[in-house]
Design a protein around this ligand. Structure first.
Ligand SMILES: Nc1ncnc2c1ncn2[C@@H]1O[C@H](COP(=O)(O)OP(=O)(O)O)[C@@H](O)[C@H]1O
Ligand SMILES: [Mg+2]
Length: 208
């Protein structure tokens, strides 16, 4: 594994309602009990987020992808890179694999365009570990649409087939980069999933 900087960059990826945010919080709390400085963040973030996760606008796939990368450029400059530079662990709820899965695969923009934009925006930075939370599409969508932040439903409402493509895309992304990505069976109780993630983090990354 190539360390990107002094800190440790961990991303949580996967479909709607897979438990990314829940598990990110649990991992952050566990790391803190080991005296580790943790920054919890998410994508898309900043003022561009609402354009992407609310409403039902049908952006051209390239425009939508550029919005994700614009938000990401800002996020890298303002939060991720400075935090890694200070030696923190940065836990990020979604990152570039989501753009690849949603825009590259499901919105059919294609892998090369997303890869090119990634290199422009993130250069050689890669997460040290990516946890791909996998679960059946129906279970995840049901959970996602039941939770409280239910005005952020733009992607949830894109339909079952879209989300099946997203799920398959995440599994393909993980299979292409096994040194970075670990698939977690997310269709289990919260504590069981957390213990699986903790075991993975201890095995793959230096804790404490
Ligand atoms: N392992 C689990 N079993 C049952 N419900 C869960 C589990 N993990 C999360 N949830 C619930 O499912 C919903 C979606 O979880 P969340 O962490 O927000 O998913 P995501 O961030 O991947 O969309 C929340 O209401 C959460 O409390
Ligand atoms: Mg979430």
């Amino acid at each position: 594994m190539t360390k990107t900087s002094r800190g440790t960059f961990v991303t949580f990826e996967g479909g709607e309602g897979a438990g990314k945010s829940t598990q990110l919080g649990l991992l952050a709390a566990r790391l803190k009990t080991h005296g580790i400085g943790v920054v919890e963040t998410r994508e898309p973030n900043g003022p561009i987020r609402n354009l992407l996760v609310q409403g039902d606008r049908n952006w051209a796939p390239l425009a939508e992808t550029l919005l994700h990368f614009a938000a990401r450029a800002e996020h890298l400059a303002e939060t991720i890179l400075p935090s890694l530079g200070e030696g923190s662990w940065v836990l990020c709820d979604r990152f570039a694999d989501s753009t690849m899965a949603y825009q590259g695969y499901a919105q059919e923009l294609g892998r090369p365009t997303v890869e090119k934009l990634y290199r422009m925006v993130a250069g050689r930075l890669k997460p040290d570990l990516t946890l791909v939370m996998d679960m059946p599409v129906g279970v995840g969508l049901d959970r996602s649409l039941r939770r409280h932040v239910n005005h952020e439903t733009r992607y949830e409402l894109m339909g079952r087939q879209f989300h099946e493509t997203v799920r398959a895309a995440f599994l393909e992304i993980a299979a292409r980069e096994p040194q970075r990505c670990v698939v977690i069976d997310a269709n289990r109780p919260v504590e069981t999933v957390h213990e699986a993630i903790w075991a993975t983090v201890k095995e793959r990354l230096k804790v404490g």
